[in-house]
Design a protein around this ligand. Structure first.
Ligand code: CS2
Length: 488
């Protein structure tokens, strides 16, 4: 197949241009990525545009090999097919409003399809050379129950407890068991998903899994976890929309070759990591990551200001017929709502990291969202609302209610989600997909009702999302009903 832009050859070490060209940066020599030191579960676009880039830059800055990445793909082997024929090379196409540039990343040394290569995955997790396991498996990938612990009623988890290794937590624990038996070498598990206190969350899930194993088996691995495994939290930030054909054509022009593994990203990237590593780590601070003692204030700032506002713009924007976040933020009403959400509702709840100006942070967030070159779709950000809302918006709602304030703007964002679920189409009558692991539950909670009270009360009754406290909060309910009158 000839790609647009005339490039037919596939990206690989052999087809790389001889040197950097304007707008194109080549990868370091393959030796730098030699030796797998990191296993990454969930090698989607985000990992490739974020942690892999930081890791390569750290290896370069410190001139240190041994931190090659073994990426693991869970649901399909698409990433294996993308990267294997390319010597695991791929480009990150960085798009600002005015320019694009590409860099080819060579830090991934291996990609495994967990479903078909389970034994090899356990071997990697047991390998003492592997010292860090990173994760981007999305919110739903953790399979948490309503109390935040491991959902033992989940079928995949249940099958893993019988000896499988298909869920993320099952893979971690089966890998740790193999590691304990093989060498008992310490290791760090570093989650990079948008969850509050993600390190503690994953630690708890791992220990929940151990506790559900027969005790002779579970106690041994739990003791190993307690003594030799650390779970730092981290905050990750980079906007990485789905790659389009247009992106691939542009990258082909820059690379002179076709890149099936291409990812697209904004220029901005941030990574704040708790510096608690059981067995060393790459020199990420030399690549611009911030290694801190406590990530909580950074995480709260990012999840509530950026992701909360992103979700608001996604739902309200999609309902109004805006295809992209940039279009939504160019809509004066929605930009104003986004500013009010941050200023009125979110900012009063924040415990800011030292030296951070929340208002300035908020302005930067909106500038980043306005980047027209990214084409981040509203429906992409809108997906998995049942998993995202509690983390991004409902903490703000709870904190404001506890302070005796009614968070009208956060209620507007939540009502946007409710209207998105209930209406199922935008202002032009185009369908809006409800892509959510709880879609069936949400649909039945709304039923055939389309009036604000039925929709608000139906969805507030979804315990996993709102708990009992928000369901029973009269002021919040009234605020939602009021907003839904406008939206439905
Ligand atoms: C977005 C995030 O898809 C979404 O829900 O809000 O992926 C967002 O782009 C990143 O968290 C930015 O760091």
């Amino acid at each position: 197949m000839a790609a647009r832009g005339g490039a037919v050859r596939r990206l690989s070490r052999a087809t790389l241009p001889g040197h950097d060209a304007p707008g194109l940066r080549l990868p370091p020599a393959p030796e730098l990525a030699a030796g797998i030191g990191i296993v990454h579960l969930g090698i989607g676009a985000f990992h490739r545009a974020h942690q892999a880039v930081f890791t390569e830059d750290a290896a370069l800055a410190a001139d240190e090999a041994g931190w090659g990445i073994c990426g693991v793909t869970q649901r399909s082997n698409a990433v294996v097919e993308q990267l294997l024929p390319q010597d695991h090379l791929y480009a990150v196409l960085e798009r600002s409003a005015s320019t694009s540039s590409a860099r080819v990343v060579g830090q991934v040394s291996e990609v495994l399809f967990a479903r078909e290569q389970g034994p090899l995955l356990l071997e990697r997790l047991a390998d003492p050379q592997v010292r860090v396991v990173t994760l981007t498996v999305t919110e739903k990938g953790y399979r948490r129950g309503p109390d935040g612990g491991l959902d033992l009623t989940d079928q995949v988890v249940a099958a893993d407890l019988e000896g499988g290794a298909h869920s993320t937590v099952g893979q971690l624990v089966r890998g740790l068991q193999a590691r304990q038996r093989a060498s008992a070498a310490p290791v760090t598990i570093l989650p990079c998903d948008n969850l509050t206190d993600n390190g503690a969350v994953v630690r708890r899930l791992v220990l929940d899994f151990c506790a559900a194993l027969p005790s002779a088996e579970g106690d041994v691995v739990a003791a190993f976890v307690e003594q030799h495994v650390s779970f730092p939290s981290s905050m990750v930030d980079r906007i990485v929309p789905a790659t389009t054909d247009e992106d691939r054509a542009e990258a082909a022009r820059l690379l002179g070759a076709r890149d099936e593994g291409l990812v697209v990203a904004e220029p901005f990237r941030q990574w704040v990591v708790e510096d608690r590593f059981a067995a060393g780590r790459p020199a990420w601070e030399r690549a611009g990551a911030e290694l801190v003692e406590d990530v909580a204030p950074y995480e709260q700032l990012k999840l509530r200001m950026l992701n909360g506002t992103h979700s608001m713009l996604a739902y309200l924007g999609a309902l109004r017929g805006h295809d992209t976040i940039a279009q939504a933020v160019a809509d004066d009403d929605l930009a104003a709502a986004a500013r009010e959400l941050m200023a009125q509702d979110v900012q009063p709840t924040l415990h800011l990291p030292a030296g951070v100006d929340a208002a300035a942070y908020g302005r930067t967030v909106l500038e980043r969202f306005a980047n027209p070159a990214l084409r981040h779709t509203t429906v992409q950000v809108a997906m998995d609302g049942s998993q995202k809302l509690p983390v991004r918006l409902l903490g703000t709602v709870r904190d404001r209610l506890a302070d005796g304030a009614v968070p009208q703007w956060a209620a507007l964002a939540v009502a946007g989600w409710m209207a998105f679920v209930a209406r199922g189409q935008d202002a032009h009558g185009r369908p809006l997909p409800l892509d959510d692991p709880m879609a069936a539950r949400l649909r039945s909670a709304v039923g055939t009702g389309s009036d604000p009270v039925t929709v608000a009360e139906g969805l507030l009754g979804v315990h996993e999302v709102f708990g009992d406290d928000l369901r029973d909060n009269r002021e919040f309910r009234d605020a939602l009903v009021g907003q839904l009158k406008e939206l439905l």
